[in-house]
Design a protein around this ligand. Structure first.
Ligand code: PAF
Length: 279
């Protein structure tokens, strides 16, 4: 596995890499969810590239950029064991050269849900992902369904910028008890960790009700809220049932593919999760 710490080093290694090249962008502190993306890339691509970069522009001023968990040595071991060929660990001043004023912004679907909760977040994500795409020039890029809105925003950006990259969505990887894997789960206390099970349980209950024929958007949202509100350490930021493509909130009977998603605050972290409902 080649570990490139500058853009020039990465480009030199990328030049001889056989196609197709699969790319897994990450912010490190890897868990099984990230490794599932690497495994998917490994199955389909001749070269697997990954990046580890905690991107400052996607964190708000009061968010956890400084304390975001980092463990580079362990990440590199995991990436190597999963069959990664090239890893890019660029320094911040190469990703954002002094005087950098260029940003990539997708409008509309970035203004709701996580975009409303975290203003500027998606602009940071699309800016860094376009820089990474420009460097890596992958044929395929792998993203987790856990960040459902991010996946849709990246798809839209890739389509709108005419980038010849296939965006591959991989299913959310969950702990055995259902909690969606996230680098931020380490912020939870033991009690919060136990109460966080209400997130996936609520989504699962609503999804099962949907499969049994429940179509009322309000009742499906309420089903998710009830279980979470019963947990005293949770604070719901949103529970949304939105059109899967446009992310417009749905009312009445759900007649098309929808994303049921939520963000729930705990003392040290906000967790997100979602499921897709297909009539
Ligand atoms: O999903 C993430 O880890 C990040 O948002 C990404 C896509 C690596 C961009 O920094």
């Amino acid at each position: 596995m080649i570990v490139a710490r500058t853009v020039a080093e990465f480009r030199a290694a990328r030049a001889g890499a056989p196609a197709p090249v699969g790319f897994v962008p990450t912010m490190g502190y890897l868990h099984q969810g990230h490794l599932a993306l690497v495994h998917a890339a490994r199955e389909e691509c001749a070269t697997v590239a990954a990046s580890i970069f905690v991107n400052p522009t996607q964190f708000g001023p009061n968010e956890d950029f400084e304390r975001y968990p980092r463990d580079e040595e362990r990440d590199l071991q995991l990436l190597e064991a999963a069959g990664t060929d090239l890893v890019l660990l660029p320094p911040v001043d190469e990703m954002y050269p002094p005087g950098d004023t260029t940003r990539v912004r997708v409008s509309g679907i970035t203004e709701v849900l996580e975009g409303a909760r975290r203003p500027g977040h998606f602009e940071g994500v699309t800016t860094v992902v376009s820089k990474l795409f420009a460097m890596v020039q992958p044929d395929r890029a792998y993203f987790g369904e856990k960040d459902g809105q991010q996946l849709r925003v990246i798809r839209r950006m890739t389509r709108d910028l005419l980038l010849p990259i296939e965006i591959v969505a991989c299913p959310t990887v969950r702990e055995p008890d259902g909690l969606a894997m996230s680098s931020r789960n380490v912020y939870l206390s033991a009690d919060e960790r136990a109460q966080a099970l209400s997130l996936s349980a609520g989504l699962r209950a609503a999804s099962e009700a949907f499969d049994r024929g429940e179509r009322d958007a309000g009742r499906l949202r309420a089903m998710v809220r009830e279980g979470i509100e019963a947990q005293p350490l949770t604070d719901i930021n949103y529970v949304s049932l939105a059109d899967s493509e446009t992310l417009e909130e749905l009312d009445g009977a759900v007649g098309r593919a929808a994303m049921l998603s939520l963000a729930v605050r705990f003392s040290g972290a906000t967790l997100i999760d979602n499921v897709t409902l297909e009539p």
